[in-house]
Write a protein of this length. Sequence first.
Length: 232
Amino acid sequence: MGTERCRAGWRLLQLAVAFLGCVVATGAQISPVAGAPFTATRVHTSPDGVTVQAKIARASNGSVYEEIPDVRPGHLPLASILDIANHRRVFLRGDTKTYTVQPDHTVPRTLDVSDAAVQERVERFRGLPPRHDVDGEQEADVVPIGLRVVEGQTEYGMRRTFVKLAATSKLRERVWEMWDRPSLMLTVETVGIDDAGRPASITKLTNIQAVEPDARLFEIPADYTPSTPQRH
């Protein structure tokens, strides 16, 4: 039983890291930002037309909660918790009620959410030139695509065209459009464009509320047990 639980724990880590890696590759990760709490629902539609929903949230101290959708029928989503206060990242597995912990000493950035600061970020975006990003094996051309207003909030868009992907990349599309909300320093929509120029993979945040999330989201549930020996 112990060996099976250990294997399940490492498989959990592999699944979670793979999902988060894909999110990071497109620039859509939830950054650990202090002073800008929110809750939202992440709706993802894959190129195969499968749609899944997941809860995400960020606390005022920068801690981040992200559910990792599981498209298998009857399976509860995984969840990743970046716990700033306790310097750890926790992976929860709902179907087995187990968790895995790894050390994480991320220091969150503090965000000024005043109207003046938000407007300054918008104006800074207006002056951004196209750029070429190199991140390890990956290279991308990044071009601003404009501003829009959604639910009274200004958002700015960037188009990222990957000219080189890492050998381990799981991305199907090379062109991605991303829309950020500067009032929360949050990517609210990413759209993968296929070779025919059509939207293929779409991830969008809905029900965005700039409120403090339930503190229990960032805690390990009392009825969960560790799936691997804890590392400190």
